[in-house]
Design a protein around this ligand. Structure first.
Ligand SMILES: [Zn+2]
Length: 372
């Protein structure tokens, strides 16, 4: 049995497999109309995200299955203090697969370690949102016919944008990807992503604050929302705000084959005047997301049927595990609130004694004593 917690849990080949299935569903929806007859998905949304929940529910219904679940934490047992582990065990008795959204980093990982059915991470705090990345990758693949040899511009909030970080991590596994990172200086891509993802995979990148200057080179433009509250200086925000709004005028120098993506919801960062441009792909991206979720549900249910044993997620790569000797410093980590959860770290860089929390991947440095 497999779960999907982080996009890199799946190999490049597996992702191509999912995209092939999604393409086949689009071409022949009638062949899949009863594929999940009698199966139930539980959508466990501990924080509201209506569009993601509806996408999972529509995906399961179009496969002939049915849906149970809740859409906010105060209508669930979590409000009475039930642990994520117990919720996962209970729901395993009712459903065949779980899609979980949770405000805490690592909660779906804890669920996957305790459920006897597959778990899909539908967004955990600031950590991962792998099914959005599936939608993004599939949209690029459908529009360009490839995931290699592309110049990909990311524009807007590159500092806090979880979808940007996940898509960069996913693209790092393909060849010939050039990144153009377009943002105000306050919202530049974090250094750790540059060193641990971009440099590690030898990706080419440039940073600029000039969207119009970057435009002619781009094959893909991934727009994100800039939130005013991210700026210490409000005047600076007001001065910059319009610079990063995509308008038809700014697209004059763009390639005819450009594909414009956005994880949605948009506020005003893409003018509605761009919506009729054939290069606007952000509504197709929503539809592609549903088809990829259908392909994902099929794959995980099939793997669970063939091999019902849970794969222990933490010891796949043989790294040393440190249990209950260090504490995670990330205040959003699930281990901060679930009192009986073991504090588990993986030794990722033994020479520097650097460990990562298995729930949220926060880096901590171990002492010699911790490693004994
Ligand atoms: Zn943690």
């Amino acid at each position: 049995m497999r779960s999907l917690i982080d996009i890199v849990d799946f190999s490049v080949e597996e992702l191509y497999g999912l995209m092939d299935t999604a393409s086949d569903i689009i071409a022949h929806p009638e062949r899949y109309a009863d594929a999940c007859r009698g199966k139930k998905i539980a959508t466990l949304f501990f924080e509201p995200s209506t569009r993601t929940r509806l996408s999972f529910e529509a995906a399961m219904l179009e496969l002939g299955g049915s849906v149970i679940g809740f859409s906010e934490a105060n209508s669930s047992s979590a409000a009475k203090g039930e642990s994520v582990a117990d919720t996962a065990k209970v729901i395993s008795c009712y459903a065949d697969i779980i899609a979980m959204r949770h405000p805490r980093d690592g909660a779906p990982f804890v669920a996957a370690q305790n459920a006897s059915i597959p778990v899909i991470n539908a967004g955990d705090g600031g950590h991962c949102h792998p099914t959005q990345t599936l939608a993004d990758l599939f949209t690029i693949y459908r529009e360009k016919g490839r995931l290699n040899d592309l110049t990909v511009g990311f524009c807007g909030d590159l500092k806090y944008g979880r979808t940007v970080h996940s898509l960069i991590a996913a693209l790092a596994r393909y060849t010939g990807i050039r990144l153009v990172l377009i943002s105000p200086k306050e919202l530049k891509l974090p250094e750790n992503i540059k060193t641990e993802v971009i440099a590690k995979h030898g990706m080419e990148y440039v940073e600029t604050s000039d969207l119009e200057g970057a435009m002619p080179a781009l094959d893909i433009l991934y727009m994100t929302r800039i939130q005013g509250e991210r700026f210490a200086d409000k005047d600076e925000f007001l001065r910059l705000r319009d610079t990063y709004i995509l308008t038809p005028e700014k697209l004059v120098t763009a390639k005819q084959e450009l594909a414009i993506l956005h994880p949605l919801p948009r506020v005003n960062e893409i003018s509605v005047k761009v919506d009729d441009d054939p290069r606007a792909c952000y509504f197709k991206q929503v539809s592609n997301g549903k088809y990829m979720r259908m392909a994902l549900i099929l794959k995980l249910l099939d793997e669970a049927k063939r091999n019902p044993t849970r794969v222990p997620l933490i010891c796949e790569d043989g790294a040393k595990i440190i249990r209950n000797r260090m504490r995670c410093s990330n205040s959003r980590c699930i281990s901060m609130v679930e009192q009986e959860l073991d504090q588990v770290f993986k030794l990722t860089e033994p020479e520097k004694r650097i460990c990562r929390c298995i729930y949220c991947e926060t880096k901590e440095t171990a002492t010699e004593e911790d490693l004994k």
